[in-house]
Ligand binder design. Structure first.
Ligand SMILES: [Zn+2]
Length: 448
């Protein structure tokens, strides 16, 4: 007799790494999904699903959470420059020329890449967020959208007014999946008053806000000279340092600032690849961990990374701190995997919804093909090396299936919600249009 169909989706026979508080793993389990929620995790769930996937003893993980990225159109442009030259000579003039149609193309490219790399939730801080949000409506990804507000130089980003208008238009359009936040760029490009206003609005609207903080030495010095205090103090003094805030980078921090971030419940998103590429410095991650700060992981952008591969981000986070602090025991692989899942979710204020595979949470999960030479030998439970293989050996291309809210966005590496093949030529055309408008090649001295 055929099994009764009780679920929307059942993923069967997976090696389930739940990333719950106890670190529970199931050597072989099924996950049943109903109305976008994990309804049951167990061995041989009897009732069937409208759709069924055989995970074939491959690894099932919570979807990865990229807690700081920019939906940029370009990559491989303006590389090998220091951050402030990179920003002021190349990126800001380019950003000032960006049109909605550029972001539309960028969003298809970036969101295709995220789905293919097993990212189920992203935080996007950039321009024309409505274009990125429209593509996310279609792609099925979970997204937090932060219009990147820049007061100075004027015109390089969004404004408090355009951020408010975006929230008004989008806050309840896809309420369970697309979130609207504030996105002040950084204390050196925004006025303290902007942060004060945003903190107030965020409280009223019950939403979060995200900013870049203490990314480079120069910037820290600049803020000290201008305001006579650190960026962290500055934000605290205008009432902007609190649990609704998550910050990217946090590279140059004094011990006093680390404790202030912990006390105020601020989330810190680590971006090791970007920090290495731009030689920004090494964030004091061990000290932030010891202080009990919420810690997540992000890729930053295709311009500073140059990909959105969270597996690479995990690996580099672990390696960077082992090397820099001269201690191979720092950032063990399970801790890094926590940063990329439940840690990033906490930075977005969503650890009650996503970031681990538990009954009652949203069904955001990925299946990884572990039967590959570079992931072998994969030792079975209980004396397994499965987390080591995921963090130290796997990459984005090992993800087979990506599921958000119980909806399959990619299966067997085939995208179901976005058509990358159809978009590829468009992305190239839009990229060339943007380079031309921004006169980028001349700015880089690459043109006669
Ligand atoms: Zn950034």
């Amino acid at each position: 007799m055929a099994a009764e169909i009780a679920y929307d989706l059942v993923v069967r026979n997976g090696w389930v790494i739940t990333m719950d508080a106890r670190g529970t793993r199931h050597a072989s389990a099924d996950i049943a999904v109903k109305n976008g929620e994990i309804a049951e995790i167990g061995t041989m769930i009897e009732k069937g699903g409208i759709e069924e996937i055989d995970a074939k003893s491959n690894v099932v993980l919570p979807g990865l959470v990229d807690a700081h990225m920019h939906m940029t159109l370009l990559r491989g442009i303006g590389d090998d420059l220091p951050l402030m030259r990179w920003l002021y000579e190349v990126m800001f003039p380019k950003d000032a020329q960006i049109q909605a149609h550029h972001i539309r193309a960028a969003a298809i490219m970036n969101q295709s890449e995220l789905i293919q790399g097993g990212v189920t939730t992203f935080l996007d801080i950039f321009r024309f967020p409505e274009e990125s949000a429209k593509i996310a409506e279609q792609s099925g990804l979970r997204g937090v959208f932060c219009p990147q507000i820049i007061d100075e130089p004027a015109g390089a980003g969004e404004t408090l007014q355009s951020n408010l208008a975006f929230i008004e238009a989008w806050h309840d359009r896809v309420p369970e999946r697309l979130y609207t936040w504030f996105g002040p760029h950084a204390p050196y490009s925004n006025f303290p008053e902007t942060y004060r206003e945003i903190a107030k609005y965020a409280e009223q609207l019950d939403i979060g806000y995200h900013t870049h903080l203490c990314e480079t030495k120069d910037e820290v010095q600049q803020i000290k000279e201008k305001y006579g205090k650190s960026s962290v103090r500055l934000l605290d003094d205008v009432g902007a340092l609190g649990p609704r805030l998550s910050v990217a980078h946090a590279v140059h921090l004094e011990p006093e600032e680390i404790h202030l971030l912990a006390d105020r419940g601020v989330g810190v998103v680590h971006n090791p690849t970007s920090n290495m590429k731009l030689a920004s410095g090494v964030a004091p991650i061990p000290a932030l961990i010891n202080a009990g700060v919420k810690l997540g992981l992000g890729t930053d952008s295709n311009l500073s990374n140059n990909n959105l591969d969270m597996f690479e981000e995990m690996r580099l986070a672990a390696f960077l701190h082992k090397l820099y602090w001269n201690d191979p025991a720092l950032l063990p692989c399970e801790q890094v995997l926590r940063m990329a899942t439940i840690g990033s979710a906490a930075c977005l204020g969503m650890d009650n919804l996503i970031g681990s595979l538990e009954v009652g949470k949203r069904a955001d999960l990925i299946i990884m093909d572990m039967h590959k030479p570079h992931l072998s030998p994969l030792l079975p439970e209980p004396y397994t090396n499965v987390i080591e293989q995921i963090v130290y050996s796997a990459s984005a291309s090992d993800v087979m299936t990506t599921i958000v809210e119980g909806k399959i966005l990619m299966h067997e590496r085939k995208l179901r919600t976005l058509d990358w093949e159809a978009a590829e030529a468009d992305v190239l055309r839009e990229a060339q249009d943007l380079l031309k408008r921004a006169d980028t090649w001349r700015r880089l001295g690459r043109m006669e």
